[in-house]
Design a protein around this ligand. Structure first.
Ligand code: GDP
Length: 321
């Protein structure tokens, strides 16, 4: 693996190979690599103001890759440099991937202005999104000004992706009436924009779905919210709605203090990493038989759960990793 200093120059000049290597370095679980990756990240200039980070989610089959390909090509052809990253929690747990291993964006993949990083595999969900966050920083350093982070509409990954992007887009289908019930309310609450995709299949149903989504979003959004989430309709296949979506993204970026939002996200991320590290350190330091003994005492009602936790924390030295 190259050293951090060797990578900085080529990375900043936008060389894909250096970017790919830098990402691989941040994804490595070896301690030495981690240290090198962190050194590298520190040497990079602060995130450029002009970049926009867009999170995208939706159930498998809603058209995410088709949509990202359409949006990505639209932007790349205008001279934007587009990076596509994927957070696929299924690949971490099962080794398989909901997003599939087929080449999902054939035209964008070969576009000189695009960089596509396939789903990471392995590691915890926190780990996956931690690397994705660092990958965003690396892509921006390499001159990519539009970062699209894709995630599947299942599990917790939406929350993680929404916490590392400037705005979050939920893709839905024209039969949203039925689908709305399937979309977890939590995901709707994260959305800054909702897009009814596949509008070409049934334009009237798509318009109905758009109206329903609008109503749902109005109900979910507090009156004093600085941004009112909006519902659009689109077709990734015909390109309808792609330009409108980009216009909304720009409207959002102009009406929001992104620098401040990113600063807040960084603080939340730090706290999350700390929680994760503290838990790992506790697990390393805890005496397993003492843990079992106290758990059994709590179960038997000899001591309370609060007392059991206190006793364990008193006895556990927080081992440094
Ligand atoms: P993903 O699983 O969410 O990434 O979905 P894909 O992008 O793989 O799309 C699933 C299927 O829907 C594919 O056969 C696409 O060609 C099709 N599809 C995607 N977007 C549209 C659209 O806007 N209109 C129509 N008619 N089909 C679409």
């Amino acid at each position: 693996m190259p050293s951090a200093a060797d990578l900085v120059g080529p990375l900043l000049s936008g060389q894909r190979r250096a970017l790919a290597k830098a990402i691989t370095l941040t994804e490595s679980t070896r301690l030495a690599d981690e240290q090198r990756a962190q050194e590298l990240l520190l040497q990079l200039p602060a995130s450029p103001e002009g970049s926009v980070r867009i999170g995208l989610t939706g159930v498998p089959g809603v058209g995410k890759s088709t949509f990202i390909e359409a949006l990505g090509l639209y932007l790349a052809n205008q001279g934007h440099r587009v990076a596509v990253l994927a957070v696929d929690p299924s690949s971490a747990r099962t080794g398989g991937s909901i997003m599939g291993d087929k080449t999902r964006m054939p035209q964008l993949t070969v576009h000189p202005n695009a960089f596509i990083r396939p789903s990471p595999s392995g590691g915890t969900l926190g780990g996956v999104s931690r690397r994705t966050r660092e990958t965003i920083t690396l892509c921006e350093a390499a001159g990519y000004d539009v970062i699209l982070v894709e995630t599947v509409g299942v599990g917790q990954s939406e929350t993680h992706v929404a916490a590392m992007t400037d705005l979050f887009v939920l893709l839905t289908l024209p039969n949203a009436g039925d689908e709305l019930q399937g979309i977890k309310r939590g995901i709707m609450e994260l959305a800054d924009l909702c897009v009814v995709n596949k509008a070409d299949l049934d334009p009237r149903a798509a318009t109905r779905a758009q109206t329903e989504l609008r109503t749902a979003l109005t109900l979910l959004t507090p009156h004093d919210a600085p941004w009112r989430p909006q519902a659009l309709r689109a077709s990734a296949l015909t390109g309808e709605g792609i330009a409108e979506l980009w216009a909304k993204v720009q409207e959002y970026a102009q009406s929001t203090d992104l620098t401040e939002k990113r600063r807040r996200q960084t603080a939340v991320w730090f706290d999350e990493l700390l929680r994760e590290a503290a838990w790992r350190a506790f697990q390393v330091g805890v005496n397993p038989s003492e843990l079992r003994r106290l758990r059994a005492e709590v179960q038997a009602g000899k001591i309370t759960a609060v007392q059991g936790v206190r006793a364990l924390l008193r006895e556990t030295a927080f081992a440094a990793e």
